[in-house]
Write a protein that binds this ligand. Sequence first.
Ligand SMILES: [Zn+2]
Length: 152
Amino acid sequence: MTEETYDYDVRCRTCRTIFKVQLFDSHDKNLFVAAKKDWYCEKCKKAYFSKQTEELTKAHKEIGLPELTGTRKMISWGVKVRGELINKVKYLQQSLSFINDEEKELSEKAFERFFKEWQEQTVAKWWVDNRKMNVRDISIRIKEITENLKKN
Ligand SMILES: [Zn+2]
């Protein structure tokens, strides 16, 4: 088998440019994948990511979160992680129930403080490093903040 066996011509879905990809399954399967999969050339992939990053950044700005700093790649990744984490916070907030108004107010304050902590995180890498943060982690931090609020 020569190396060329693995090279397949595919067409970018966006700009219709034909480019080569390497596929390593059986020839029949490779042909199928080359024809059926949605392929995007490097240029369009980059454009897609910057557009996605731009849109997420804009949406985050609207809810008060700052633009991220770092390399292009880190910003693009960080902003995506931040979007996912925001959804986890929303999910948590919606799943809570309270026994009285006082408790509800306290919780709202805790979420506000929590959000403020996030507003201070402007380095994209911080978000990437925290990409594994789950609803439970967020819930624990909210509880800590709530306890502190109770003391004051
Ligand atoms: Zn393209």
